[in-house]
Design a binder for this molecule. Structure first.
Ligand code: GLN
Length: 549
């Protein structure tokens, strides 16, 4: 079977959950035995989201091949259990960059370079690249970022409009996600925003095949019929996407609506029954925990859940793996001082310090780590969290006063976290074309790197194997000049790069569970395959909680 393309656009307003809908549709198609791939097209001008701060963009999701991508790719990987790559996310900026590079090279010599056809052709080839290779997927789902009507998004919509005539009717399907608000005062659902947004879509030449209505309560049948009539779609092509308690319920809800069936008919996919047992079991486990654990996440962007999306999900997965519900407390590290630290963690069963950039809030994180170490509360430090953990240990246990990271104070005497010269030069060379005038961009260690674990450690116990591979996104490394001094004081370097040069995991003995890793395990966790470290951390938190009782 040749790859079929399913395009998802969004209307009315942003944050309707287009990414989750796309991921859920993909998961549903997988349960019918289809192979699926998925791509996000982002209309902004940044070449990738790597340079945006979390307030702008939420989390930057990193793939094995080191692409810095939209956080929707995290949903895709978690729902579809796939490992995605650079080609699963592109932006207007990246598309224009390619076209302008070609233009400078003289590829279009003699011609005027225009949005149509040059930009749209480049977009089409990014989409079609998904069906290349030896094993093309049965279905490729393409999510267009933004909302229909945005100026920026127009070339993308034009490109997917053209693809239907290029590829044929049976090979392309347009799904439009809109909002159907429920007005409590009037006691009814309102369809006008949907009508307007479909009108907008049709004015650029795209007639949606399926309308997915995001709503608080299921849209009643008579209203679905009204939407079908006004928006010119089949009567049975209007579906509700209701609010769900857990995002992992969404595939089940859409299945109950019959969405996969309609997609299969319209795309002429083989008639097969969906097997949703795995999803049902997952949702059952989520809704029937046998206990709970309280986890504090100590960070800088605590008011912004989007910034810690994968982390949040990975913790949830760790909870599922241990049969417990998690109560997550986000603590703003800037508010933590030596005097008030204990108050923040009263009743907490585990403390997690996630990744981050810059000095702001760091002293509070270090204070939280000291507390976790001394009070023997299970601790998990990720990336910056690990870096803070070695600073804390170096300062307070090995007695190296003023110890810090090069990131926080480039002129400090003792820098236990630093720019490793070999790495820095290597990365700069490798990315010179990208940003020769900047010392920041292009110098991060990105993507999957191997790590070897020491036997008889927390890390080894969690993974149950010696060789692992995890994703990275950081600039600074552990400074080996300090390794012996910390080891003498008991710190265990349980995970190292295969050449032994890069410290990947540190941990402490004589503590219920204290582990820091330089990589980001949250990018590999899936609801049906919880990450070993999150599983072990939550297990330790549960033991800690039970002991307290
Ligand atoms: N800021 C630190 C570094 O660049 C940690 C990065 C992170 O936590 N992702 O090394």
């Amino acid at each position: 079977m040749k790859t079929k393309f399913l395009f998802i656009t969004g209307g009315v307003l942003s944050s309707l959950g287009k990414g989750l809908s796309a991921a859920s549709i993909g998961a549903l198609l997988q349960t019918r035995g289809m192979s699926v791939t998925i791509q996000k097209l982002d209309p902004y001008i940044n070449v990738d989201p790597g340079t945006m701060n979390p307030y702008q963009h939420g989390e930057v999701f990193v793939t094995d091949d080191g692409a810095e991508t939209d956080l929707d790719l995290g949903h895709y990987e978690r729902f579809l259990n796939l490992s995605l790559s650079q080609r699963n996310n592109t932006t207007s900026g990246a598309i224009y960059y390619k076209v302008i590079t070609k233009e400078r090279r003289g590829d279009y010599l003699g011609g005027t370079v225009q949005v149509i056809p040059h930009i749209t052709d480049e977009i089409k080839s990014a989409i079609l690249s998904l069906s290349e290779g030896d094993n093309p997927p049965d279905v490729a789902i393409i999510e267009i970022g933004g909302t229909v009507g945005d100026i920026e998004g127009q070339p993308f919509l034009e490109a997917i409009r053209q693809l239907r005539s290029d590829l044929g009717r049976d090979n392309c399907l347009y799904i439009h996600l809109t909002l159907v608000p429920y007005l409590r005062a009037a006691g009814e659902h309102k369809t006008k925003p949907t009508q307007h947004s479909v009108k907008e879509l049709r004015s650029i030449g795209i007639q949606p095949d399926i309308i997915l209505c995001r709503c608080e309560e299921p849209v009643p049948d008579d209203l679905k019929a009204k939407i079908a009539l006004f928006c010119n779609v089949d009567k049975d092509a209007v579906f509700s996407a209701v609010d769900v308690k857990s995002i992992y319920e969404l595939p089940l809800r859409l299945y109950e609506e019959g969405l996969d069936q309609k997609i299969a008919i319209m795309l002429r996919l083989p008639a097969r029954n969906a097997n949703l047992d795995a999803w049902k079991n997952l949702v059952h486990a989520i809704h029937n925990p046998s206990g709970k654990a309280v986890i504090a996440v100590v960070g800088k962007y605590v008011e912004l859940k989007e910034a810690y999306k994968s982390l949040h999900e990975s913790l949830v997965h760790g909870g599922i793996a241990n049969g417990v519900a998690l109560e997550l407390r986000y603590v703003n590290s800037e508010e933590i001082t030596p005097d008030n630290v204990a108050g923040f963690f009263a009743g907490v069963d585990g403390i997690l310090v996630p990744g981050g950039f810059g000095y702001r809030g760091v002293e509070g994180k270090i204070e939280a780590i000291r507390y976790a170490r001394e009070a023997k509360v299970p601790f998990f430090g990720i990336c910056l969290g690990m870096q803070c953990a070695v600073i804390e240990y170096g300062r307070n246990v090995a007695g190296i006063e003023g110890l810090t990271s090069e990131e926080f104070d480039p002129n400090a005497k003792d820098k236990i976290i630093y720019l490793m010269k070999e790495w820095y030069d290597f990365r700069r060379k490798a990315t010179e074309h990208r940003d020769s005038s900047s010392d920041k961009g292009g110098t991060m260690r990105l993507g999957a790197y191997p790590c070897d674990l020491k036997e008889k450690t927390l890390a080894f116990a969690a993974y149950g194997q010696e060789h692992i591979s995890e994703r990275h996104r950081h600039r600074y490394e552990f400074n080996n000049a300090y390794r012996d001094r910390l080891a003498e004081k008991g710190m265990i370097f349980s995970g190292l790069s295969p050449d032994g040069n890069l410290v990947e995991i540190v941990e402490l003995p004589d503590h219920p569970w204290f582990l820091g890793c330089q990589f980001h395990p949250e990018f590999h966790s899936r609801p049906m395959h919880p990450h070993p470290l999150f599983k072990a951390f939550i297990a330790a938190a549960c033991r800690y909680r039970n002991k307290k009782k």
